[in-house]
Design a protein around this ligand. Structure first.
Ligand code: URA
Length: 209
């Protein structure tokens, strides 16, 4: 079974509490999501492989480490995933960015795929799928399917808030995918929202409600 990691660093917990507050406006919400994503990038990339390189300092020549091997792609699930991209790319500026467009049918609550655009060499990259909310797991599973279908082999799912239902669904369908979340909440309500959650992440990020 792949990893399931709750990234409960105090700074992350503090910023998560800020964005859960319904009184917080779009500007602060966006800034906090960006900062949380940046902090998460630090932990999500902890197992990135390193290689030895020779470096000449002003004093001597020495062998030190640099990042090796697989390159990264960040793939937000549109639209709310976009809010997490800048924070991660600030930490990993060479990462490529793909996009997966998916919306939730309001009646069935099922995800519907409408757009996929990925870096050509996606099969050689470690992929970070980003989406603030892991609710039923429907969109995450569809996004992972879409990526695997196009050759992606190394996939991590990075979310802010997850519901146990969503975690179970992803683990059942994709036991090879590591899940990193900033918080594990109680569950889903009858409308498919995470409780206590933070509401509709897309609407709160883009000020559409
Ligand atoms: N999507 C959201 O934006 N919020 C939820 O609580 C669940 C799914």
């Amino acid at each position: 079974m792949a990893k399931f990691v709750v990234l409960d660093h105090p700074l992350i917990q503090h910023k998560m509490t800020i964005i859960r507050n319904k009184e917080i406006g779009t500007k602060v919400f966006r800034e906090m999501v960006n900062e949380i994503a940046m902090l998460m990038a630090y932990e999500v990339t902890r197992d990135m492989p390193l290689e030895d390189v020779e470096v000449e300092t002003p004093i001597t020549t020495t062998i030190k480490k640099k990042l090796a091997g697989k390159k990264l792609a960040v793939v937000p699930i549109l639209r709310a995933g976009l809010g997490m991209v800048d924070g991660i790319v600030n930490m990993i500026p060479a990462a490529r960015i793909g996009h997966i467009g998916m919306y939730r049918d309001e009646e069935t609550l099922e995800p519907v795929e409408y757009f996929v655009k990925l870096p050509e060499d996606i099969d050689q990259r470690e992929v970070l799928i980003v989406d603030p909310m892991l609710a039923t797991g429907g969109s995450a599973n569809m996004a992972i399917d879409a990526l695997k279908k196009r050759g992606a082999k190394f996939i991590k799912l990075v979310v802010l808030v997850s519901a146990p239902e969503g975690v179970k669904a992803v683990q059942a369908a994709h036991p090879d995918v590591d899940i990193y979340t900033a918080a594990l909440d109680e569950g889903l309500n009858e409308n498919g929202y995470i409780v206590p959650g933070l509401g509709d992440a897309g609407d709160r990020l883009f000020g559409t409600k």
